[in-house]
Design a protein around this ligand. Structure first.
Ligand code: GZL
Length: 339
């Protein structure tokens, strides 16, 4: 049975019991229950769930691995998946969520492309009694009753890890360290938080400066294009690239080589995600480090949905465990990488 939002459960159960008793004693008029109806008009029973998943897009290796993990986990659990790829457009996500509401799914999984602009549609899901589970990215909304939980990484900590590695790596370097930054999608939680975490650490090191910073929208193509512009304007004075994901770093590596410099030697390359492409670049000596952001949490998300719908208490935030990997580890670990 689908669980209503907290605080309404007891009332719902009492009302259902009263309706059930009324239905049994009346001439079969039956009362409305809040359980979704399938096409035959019978309420859903059993534990096969219908889950609507509004995914950001397919912009990076990370994203496609995350989609695969979710799809496989939902299938393995015997549930039905209604999947929507928003192609990194907010309006497509809002449309998808409204469609899931109209189809009366049992739960909505949602990875918001940006932090704002979703409050209205999340209220519509709540009013329809459909629980929303935030996957990977958070929303900047005061009313946290609009979602059951957030399952994903701590992006601020990922930014801190990247900067702490650079501080350690350059402990003996005299003089200024000029950093260029390829930001993720403007307004997205990972872009905002990875920048915050990185800047929090370098603030204590006045010789470290972010001299240029622009969005590469988490894609290889845009990352290459923006890095080309950085190099054109002052290529000889760039010491470090901090890319908010590996895909943009990989695009930038191509730009650096075409410019005539050696990535990971002339310009230190820092990425985030720890996708296979990053391990290949590090094994080839073209990238220095990647901070892991693990996308393989599909099974964990399914467990959370099933637990919530079974009436269990769910924490508001569930973190994904992750590490970081350097060039010297890449060759040995590459064959073991799942994504
Ligand atoms: C992070 C995720 C980011 C990845 C990018 O959890 O939202 O989006 O770092 C992806 O590769 O595009």
């Amino acid at each position: 049975m689908r669980k209503l939002f907290k605080g309404k459960t007891i009332l719902f159960l009492v009302m259902s019991l009263m309706l059930l008793l009324a239905a049994c004693s009346s001439s079969g008029t039956g009362g409305e229950t809040s359980e979704p109806k399938d096409s035959s008009g019978d309420s859903k029973s059993g534990d096969k769930l219908v889950i609507g998943f509004s995914q950001v897009g397919a912009e990076s290796e990370w994203r496609t691995a995350n989609t695969k993990s979710m799809q496989e986990a939902i299938k393995a659990a015997g549930h039905e998946l209604k999947f929507s790829d928003a192609q990194q457009k907010q309006e497509n996500q809002i449309k998808a969520i409204r469609s899931f509401i109209a189809q009366k799914v049992d739960a909505i999984v949602f990875s918001p492309v940006v932090e704002t602009g979703f409050e209205t549609v999340l209220k519509e899901a709540k009013d329809a009694g459909i629980p929303v589970f935030l996957s990977d990215r958070a929303v900047d909304i005061e009313d946290d009753s609009l979602w059951v939980t957030f399952l994903g990484s701590d992006f601020v900590e990922e930014g801190r890890k990247a900067a702490k590695w650079l501080v350690e790596e350059t402990a003996d370097v005299e003089g200024d360290i000029n950093i260029v930054e390829l930001q993720g999608t403007v307004g997205s939680a990972p872009a905002i938080d990875r920048k915050e975490g990185f800047e929090e650490i370098i603030a204590d090191h006045p010789n470290m400066k972010i001299v240029k910073s622009q969005t590469g929208d988490f894609t290889r193509a845009k990352g290459k294009e923006v890095m080309e512009a950085f190099l054109k304007s002052d290529g000889e004075n760039i010491d470090v690239l901090y890319a908010h994901n590996d895909d943009m770093a990989i695009g930038a590596i191509q730009a650096i080589e075409e410019y005539g410099l050696k990535p990971a030697e002339d310009i230190t390359i820092i990425g985030v995600d720890a996708v296979k492409g990053a391990f290949e670049a590090m094994a080839a000596g073209k990238m220095n480090v990647t901070v892991e952001c693990n996308p393989m949490f599909g099974p964990q998300m399914v467990d959370l949905i099933e637990a919530y719908l079974a009436g269990e208490e769910i924490p508001k935030r569930v973190a994904v465990e992750e590490s970081m990997y350097t060039m010297d580890q890449a060759e040995e670990l590459l064959p073991t990488r799942e994504y």
